[in-house]
Write a protein that binds this ligand. Structure first.
Ligand code: UD2
Ligand code: MN
Length: 541
């Protein structure tokens, strides 16, 4: 799994869980000299299961190849050779700044570094001696780009050509997602014409990376699809271990190391998204990506859930190393608002794959529900999930991502009034106070991610105007059913354990009166103990 398994479901954390650690490990890569090829911690030794393949099977296996221009670079003194950091020359700072926005990274330095520079072999010990099968499947490399910087695009292609055994590369498909830059037209055609395996596929309109990859996949003729971003550097021996995994198990999706990975546990709950090999037929069996996802974002979640929940696996292969330039912002424009695009994509993924956990997702962005997020038609995706007989998201959490804290509600159990020591209980269509009885079903409540106090399908709500309490059919979209409740708070410590109705401006609080056995809302008063409540269990911190 990922090094930092504490990832929790904080805002839009679906996406974050996957990519943030990757970003973190690689933000230094902004100075191009440090395009990360040296993950901070290198696993010292491979574990047993990874070295298992080391015994030769009657000559059906061979050692990974050492084809590598890296060993004798054309110009050993050129900047950035062997991955050495490059320093901006004095007086060039303005130029660096000016050119930064061409790619949202140090484009000036990138252009100084040879497109086929040498890089350090960052593989853990043992990788160079690993054996792979003689009859590995071939692969099509699919690299989509929109307005990519010239030198990084070329360096990506050179790194594939120089560091992969030629017989395994069926083709390199460069999918031009309707770039606007002139140098990506004739110049690119001319440059790539020296490499017979490179094909350029020009899209007639902007597809976004998800549908651009699908366009590439449609044209691919190799057995395995290997997706890469257009600003990467593949390290020596990167490809064979990926193809070996897919060869050994066709439902395995193999990812190179692009971030710090725990070397003991190679399970990866969600892939970062950009770099992976997948059996082509399997990719189509899985229904590819949801083609309804727009432009950028969320597709890594979708494919990861789909693979794990529908019988496949994702594995990060420690011997396969690929550098990637992480940038703080996308250097290209989005056809629609970036944030809205990603939210809509994540909403689609949540609606299809998250089951009851989707409340958790919406609970962290309840504006999505309030504004009636339109995720489009999901019929096909839901049918696909049924057809593939995929497991539940609960299964996924328990088996693939047990370290993720993903409580299904914020709090649960009896709801006790702290001062009176009495509990809320359901009585017909209303709620009253009575002696606590943990075994009574009538006293069980859930405080949900959308801030409803739920008893089955019924929600606690104040009667408008008179402030008495009643039960109302739950509805996630009904703001009139939402309560604020915190067992700890730095923002309103005086209102800790209060149950506040509506929003903090109205400051109406749930209040108990034991002699009357009644409940009502009244103006909040931090000094009133009969306004302080506690759930039996809290899951949020
Ligand atoms: C990460 C992934 C990326 C993708 C994305 C979420 C890695 C290393 N990168 O973001 O592959 O999964 O999360 O969607 O895991 N592109 C197009 N058309 C577009 C937009 C982008 O062709 O409309 C290209 C772009 O030139 C690049 C690739 O798609 O080669 C990925 O885009 P990115 O590099 O901006 O994404 P990144 O690395 O921030
Ligand atoms: Mn990228």
């Amino acid at each position: 799994g990922m090094k930092n398994n504490e990832a929790s479901f904080s805002s839009l954390a679906l996406q974050r869980a996957a990519v943030s650690q990757a970003n973190q490990a690689l933000t230094e890569g902004q100075e191009l000299g440090k395009i990360n090829l040296t993950a901070k911690t290198r696993p010292a030794q491979l574990n047993q299961s990874q070295t298992k393949a080391l015994s030769p099977e009657d000559g059906r296996m061979h050692r990974v190849l050492r084809i590598d221009a890296t060993l004798s670079p054309r110009d050993p003194k050129a900047p950035g050779q062997f991955g050495r950091p490059v320093v901006v020359p004095h007086g060039k700072e303005k130029e660096v700044e000016r050119r930064w926005k061409e790619g949202n990274f140090n484009v000036y330095l990138s252009d100084l570094i040879p497109v086929d520079r040498a890089i350090e072999d960052t593989r853990p010990a043992g990788c160079a001696e690993q054996l792979v099968h003689n009859n590995l499947p071939t692969t099509s490399i699919i690299m989509c780009f929109v307005d990519e910087v010239w030198s990084t695009l070329l360096r990506s292609v050179h790194s594939v050509l120089n560091r992969s055994p030629p017989h395994l590369i069926k083709e390199i498909l460069l999918v031009d997602d309707f770039s606007t830059k002139d140098y990506l037209k004739d110049n690119l055609d001319k440059y790539m014409s020296q490499f017979p395996k490179v094909r350029i596929l020009r899209l007639k309109e902007r597809h976004g990376l998800i549908r651009a990859r699908l366009a590439g996949a449609q044209k691919a003729t190799g057995d395995v699809l290997t997706f890469l971003d257009s600003h990467v550097e593949c390290n020596i021996g990167w490809l064979e271990p990926l193809l070996e995994r897919v060869y050994l198990s066709r439902k395995k999706v193999a990812c190179p190391v692009i971030e710090v990975i725990n070397d003991k546990d190679m399970r990866c709950p969600v892939m970062a998204g950009g770099l992976f090999s997948i059996d082509k037929n399997y990719f189509f069996e899985l229904g590819t990506y949801d083609p309804g996802l727009d432009v950028w974002g969320g597709e890594n979640m979708e494919l990861s859930f789909k693979v794990w929940m529908c019988g496949g696996e994702i594995e990060i292969v420690p011997c396969s190393r690929v550098g990637h330039i992480f940038r703080n912002d996308n250097p290209y424009s989005f056809p629609k608002d970036r944030m809205k695009t990603v939210e809509r994509n994540l909403g689609r993924v949540a609606e299809v794959w998250l089951d009851e956990y989707k409340e958790l997702f919406y609970g962290h962005g309840d504006h999505l529900i309030d504004q009636g997020l339109d995720v489009g038609n999901l019929t096909q995706q839901r049918e696909l999930r049924k057809k593939l007989k995929c497991k539940s998201f609960k299964w996924y959490l328990e088996n693939v991502f047990p370290d993720l804290k993903a409580p299904i509600v914020r709090a649960s159990g009896v709801l006790i009034n702290v001062a009176l020591g009495k509990c809320i209980s359901i009585r017909n269509t209303t709620a009253i106070l009575e002696d606590c009885d943990g075994s009574s079903k009538l006293q069980q409540f859930n405080y949900t991610w959308l801030r409803l106090i739920k008893h089955g399908a019924w929600c606690l709500a104040p009667v408008p105007d008179n402030g008495a309490l009643r039960l109302h059919l739950c509805d996630n979209r009904n703001k009139g059913l939402r309560w604020l409740h915190k067992s700890t708070s730095v923002f309103r410590p005086e209102l800790v354990n209060h149950i506040v109705f509506g929003n903090y401006h109205q400051l109406l609080c749930l209040e108990g009166d034991f002699t009357q056995k009644t409940l009502k809302v009244a103006p909040c008063d931090p000094a009133k103990p009969d306004q302080k409540w506690k759930f039996e269990n809290y899951y949020e911190d």
